[in-house]
Design a protein around this ligand. Structure first.
Ligand SMILES: Cc1cc2nc3c(=O)[nH]c(=O)nc-3n(C[C@H](O)[C@H](O)[C@H](O)COP(=O)(O)OP(=O)(O)OC[C@H]3O[C@@H](n4cnc5c(N)ncnc54)[C@H](O)[C@@H]3O)c2cc1C
Length: 458
């Protein structure tokens, strides 16, 4: 039997899921497969999602964020090369060019998986002469970035500007406040702009209560430096905010340069668009943050760079290469985060389409926001919760929901996500048999109550 060669570029969520599932699948299907992974850094399979909580001190060490070390991957049968950066794909020759400790090399493949992720955006004005983020400026992407922040924040309290009002910006603001630093957040449009405005306003209120100075409509556009080169201020148009440190959390860009010259399905921003098995072309595959995903409600491509999708896409891709048939069924845009500081505590979550997104997608959409509690109002564990539910006028179709609430509220979004996943209507959600006892819910469970109020309007 001929031994097939699979090469994966990128050794984190998508790449290592693909590598291990391919080995399992090949074994199940009686195939001979050798799997090599090229990873540019020395780290594999770590939780980037946990980095803000490591910086805040809630997670105690770098080590606890690593799910599988390079040694463990090798023991499990993957030929993992770290410090190995792929530079070019010669698909006609079936070779990937890469640079490692021993210089430039080539590696032949039968199947190549692009799982290169999406580095954080660093605008030119934030870079030094070497092209790296300038003094006092850093992104939050890798474990090394996390270690940088822990070093930079040591000592006397500092004034930290956070550029970016989305998940990572909020999580970093929380981490800075946990150490007594002063935080100003600048965001191009609104805080959590992927929520509809009334829900986004609730998040802005939580930031205010937590002590963050928020500038909306303020896209960071430059820095001022002191005579010694240290960071002095961050600029956003006419706005000037003195700062010791700047967190850049203004988005990511799919890392697809190594296949840029190939004629492959991709978006304008460069995200690859594989089929549900992860296939881009014969022998060429992609998974994770370097890809768009299919949105299950609009049917369109969407760029939703999240670990939940990266792991699943990698698994489907690896399974197919190994001889299986798993597919990635698309995404709903479900996401969750938290902002907690002092008296402020807000859990934030969304799934499906918000009102504006639904209207933009052409739905005759109706939205109702309901305020309530996570437990019976008389119970001491009751926390406030607000749920905005969106449905389609006429058909009663459930389209999405957004939530801001107190402790224990946010995972209720999963009830809505599952209803969306299975094609339930707003009325189905209103009448669903959801669990109730006073410490956990109200008699009309809050999600059903909110759906019922919308159903009455559809
Ligand atoms: C601070 C933070 C918080 C987050 N929180 C959440 C969360 O709460 N929930 C959630 O679902 N997602 C979250 N995410 C997103 C999640 O971490 C990513 O979606 C996930 O890591 C994507 O996995 P990936 O394998 O596609 O890409 P990455 O994890 O980016 O891995 C890509 C790998 O490829 C390597 N690589 C790139 N180019 C090359 C090359 N040319 N040659 C060799 N190697 C290369 C990189 O070094 C990297 O190790 C968060 C991300 C960050 C940064």
């Amino acid at each position: 039997m001929t031994r097939s060669r699979m090469v994966v570029v990128g050794g984190d969520a998508a790449g290592m899921s693909a590598a291990h599932q391919a080995l399992r699948s090949a074994q199940q299907h009686g195939r001979e497969l050798e799997v090599t992974v090229l990873e540019a850094t020395e780290d594999t399979s770590y939780s980037a999602c946990g980095i803000p909580y490591w910086i805040s001190g809630e997670v105690d060490s770098r080590r606890s964020l690593i799910a599988r070390t390079p040694e463990v991957h090798r023991q499990l049968g993957v030929d993992l090369r770290t410090g190995a950066r792929a530079t070019h794909v010669d698909h006609d020759a079936g070779e990937v060019h890469w640079v490692g400790p021993d210089g430039e090399q080539r590696l032949g493949y039968d199947d190549l998986v692009i799982a290169t992720g999406a580095p954080s955006i660093v605008p030119d004005w934030a870079r030094d002469a070497s092209g790296a983020p300038g003094r006092g400026v850093q992104v939050v992407k890798t474990l090394d970035d996390g270690a940088w922040w822990i070093r930079a924040l040591a000592g006397a309290p500092k004034h930290v500007v956070v550029a970016g009002g989305s998940y990572i910006g909020l999580e970093m603001a929380e981490a800075m406040l946990a150490h007594g630093h002063r935080v100003t957040l600048m965001t191009r449009s609104r805080v959590m702009s992927n929520l509809d405005e009334p829900m986004s306003d609730r998040v802005a209120t939580a930031l205010d209560v937590g002590g963050v100075t928020v500038h909306t409509g303020a896209a960071a556009s430059g820095v001022e430096r002191a005579a010694d080169g240290s960071l002095a201020a961050v600029l956003a148009g006419d706005l000037r905010v003195e700062a010791d440190l700047l967190v850049l959390a203004i988005g990511v860009t799919p890392a697809t340069e190594i296949v840029q010259h190939l004629d492959l399905p991709r978006s304008r921003r460069g995200a690859l668009r594989p089929d549900p098995h992860g296939r881009l072309a014969d022998g060429l595959w992609a998974a994770g943050d370097c890809c768009d995903v299919r949105h299950r409600i609009t049917g369109d491509w969407a760029y939703l760079p999240l670990g939940t999708h990266a792991n699943k896409m990698g698994r489907a891709t690896g399974d197919t290469i190994g001889g299986g048939d798993l597919t990635f069924p698309g995404a709903l845009g479900t996401a969750i985060t938290r902002f907690a500081a002092g008296a402020a505590y807000a859990e934030i979550a969304r799934t499906g389409l918000g009102l504006v997104e639904a209207q933009e997608a052409g739905f005759k959409a109706v939205e109702v926001t309901t305020d309530g509690t996570t437990a019976s109002g008389y119970h001491p564990d009751a926390q406030p919760i607000a749920l905005s539910v969106v449905g389609e006028q006429g058909t009663g179709r459930l389209l999405g929901a957004q939530l801001v609430g107190g402790r224990g509220s946010a995972k209720r979004i999963d009830t809505v996500a599952m209803a969306l996943w299975s094609g339930s209507s707003v009325a189905d959600l209103a009448w669903a048999d959801l669990a109730y006892a006073p410490p956990f819910a109200t008699a009309w469970e809050f999600v059903s109550l909110a759906a019922r109020r919308l159903a009455e309007r559809l």
